[in-house]
Design a protein around this ligand. Structure first.
Ligand SMILES: Nc1ncnc2c1ncn2[C@@H]1O[C@H](COP(=O)(O)OP(=O)(O)OP(=O)(O)O)[C@@H](O)[C@H]1O
Length: 293
């Protein structure tokens, strides 16, 4: 695997605050990686180091085989920070042209706006855009230079569902054509929808780095839900909830639970077994970490 971005034993301090604590991480060509973590975990700091906007206190950052501090190397990446200021008086199409002019092989205005569902806004002044429209434009601009690697810090914060999906479509199309993405998000739904690999950060350290499914599997509980009036005592039930006539049982061994349920002869219907969500896994991983500290 070609590594496009690498952090090696990277520590970053702000005065007494240790934002990143010996983080090592490789982003391979063609990956779409989600960076998850509670507020203050160090996600934005890590992205800013990869993008050459800050330097590590110790350790090394490599970007596209060079240094992120080299402007020529940085031309191969696209970045959308958490907040972006765009010139209010320019029209959307002009902003796109202006950004494209900085790159040797840019995506054309029409294509870029089309990819992110922004075609109708080309003639509008930036100052007149809604917050969500500005955000979509800021994210689209990260792709303007035909980058090999894109860093997106909370790309869809503040967007409604439709705008979020339009943006996901643009990111997915980039990834499908071989592009590499590292994105942070507070929406677990977004990470589940887009990313194949998830890196969980907590207190500046990598707590987990695996596929979405494996991270989910770290929490080995399943939810067995069914419609029944009453249930007998069943083995391995960690907890239960009732909503109307539907009962949800939380268990580590759903197979045994269902076998025992059928054996008991208790009438039931509408059996559903579902894995834990990424959200449940995430809370467990980061919860364990806070318990240590
Ligand atoms: N410029 C700064 N000066 C001082 N401390 C900072 C600075 N930037 C970040 N920090 C601190 O570093 C730690 C990591 O912050 P960072 O913004 O990287 O976290 P994050 O995971 O991106 O958080 P969020 O999800 O809230 O955006 C936090 O404790 C934060 O307060």
């Amino acid at each position: 695997m070609t590594v496009l971005a690498r952090a090696l034993e990277v520590t970053r301090r702000y005065g007494d605050v240790v934002a990143l604590d010996r983080v090592s991480l490789d982003i391979g060509a063609g990956e779409l990686v989600g960076l998850l973590g509670p507020n203050g975990a160090g996600k934005s700091t890590l992205l800013s180091l990869f993008a050459g906007l800050r330097r590590p206190t110790s350790g090394t950052i490599e970007l596209l085989g060079g240094s992120p501090l080299d402007p020529v190397t940085r031309r191969g990446i696209g970045v959308t920070p958490q907040e972006t200021g765009l010139p209010e008086s320019l029209r959307v199409g002009e902003v796109v042209d202006f950004v494209c002019a900085h790159y040797p092989d840019p995506v054309g205005r029409k294509e870029l706006l089309g990819r992110f569902g922004l075609d109708d806004l080309a003639g509008r002044q930036v100052g007149g855009l809604s917050g969500g429209q500005r955000r979509r434009l800021a994210v689209a601009l990260a792709f303007a230079g035909n980058p090999r690697l894109v860093f997106l810090d909370e790309p869809t914060t503040g967007l409604d569902v439709e705008a979020r999906h339009a943006l996901w479509a643009g990111v997915t199309a980039f990834h499908d054509s071989g592009g590499t993405v590292l994105l942070t998000s507070h929406y677990l739904e977004e990470i589940e929808a887009l990313a194949e690999r998830v890196v969980v950060l907590g207190h500046g350290r990598v707590l987990a780095d695996d596929t979405v499914n494996a991270i989910r599997g770290l929490v080995g509980v399943r939810r067995v839900s069914l419609v029944a009036e009453r249930l007998p005592e069943l083995p391995g039930v960690l907890g239960s909830e009732r909503a109307g006539d539907r009962i949800t049982l939380v268990t580590t061994d759903p197979d045994r639970l269902v076998v025992e349920l059928v054996r008991s002869g208790a009438p039931f219907s509408g059996l559903e077994i579902r894995p834990t969500t990424l959200e449940e896994a995430f809370l467990t991983i980061t919860g364990k970490e806070s318990a240590h500290v």
